[in-house]
Ligand binder design. Structure first.
Ligand SMILES: [Mg+2]
Length: 219
């Protein structure tokens, strides 16, 4: 896995700048797959579709009809399984619009808060999905996986600026670690509400994300 220093040196010497992409629930439909697995494990008392569950609760930890004391263990089981990552499907239309975005401003990095142990499975995934084959980095140290993940990621994005000019990421909490004078852009993916951070651009889906990226970066 490339270090931050290696990435900075590489981008600087090649004169590159571009965007980073989050993986889970941004390019990869991880939550959907996990909700399906959760139905098998914990049940689906209201007969909801996995899509409706994500739409309504967004995070697995917030699904009220699953046992709270078991959800974290369940998430960890899959999150730490490298083979599981290999074939997680892409989010609907993600590939199409990621490539359209890439034609306007280069996607330079897949930046995730996954635990380091699933790097090989994730690398395999990137190589085998129709997305840019670029650097892949996990920003979270082994012990900090579930706590402070957004703080670690924000710190790295701040270090990577101005080579990495922003990220497309589904987690609105990420914004809370960026100072208001950050000059990059955080495209908050699949987020229909407003966000108060001046550098947040909320995007409802991939088509909308493309529209907003184009507005800012097309020459
Ligand atoms: Mg995510």
């Amino acid at each position: 896995m490339p270090t931050i220093e290696e990435l900075i040196n590489k981008f600087a010497s090649a004169g590159l700048s571009g965007l980073a992409l989050d993986i889970d629930s941004t390019s990869a439909d991880t939550a959907y797959i996990l909700v399906e697995k959760g139905f098998e494990e914990f049940g689906n008392p209201y007969n909801m579709s996995a899509r409706d569950v994500i739409e309504q609760y967004r995070y697995l930890q917030d699904i009220p009809f699953w046992p709270h004391d078991k959800i974290e263990e369940f998430i960890n089981y899959w999150c730490y399984n490298s083979d599981f990552q290999k074939d997680i499907p892409l989010i609907e239309r993600a590939s199409e619009f990621i490539w359209k975005i890439d034609a306007i401003i280069k996607i330079l990095l897949h930046l995730s808060a996954r635990p380091p142990i699933v790097y090989p499975g994730t690398y395999y995934w990137m190589q085998n999905k129709d997305i840019p084959k670029v650097d892949l980095r996990f920003s979270t140290p082994e012990e900090g996986h579930l706590n402070n993940r957004n703080e670690y990621k924000a710190r790295e994005l701040l270090e990577l600026y101005p080579y990495i000019l922003g990220i497309i990421d589904d987690h609105p909490e990420l914004l809370s670690y960026f100072p208001y004078d950050y000059e990059g852009t955080i495209f908050v993916f699949d987020y229909k509400e407003k966000h108060t951070h001046p550098r947040a651009i909320c995007c409802s889906d991939w088509e909308h994300t493309f529209y907003e990226v184009k507005k800012r970066f097309a020459v």
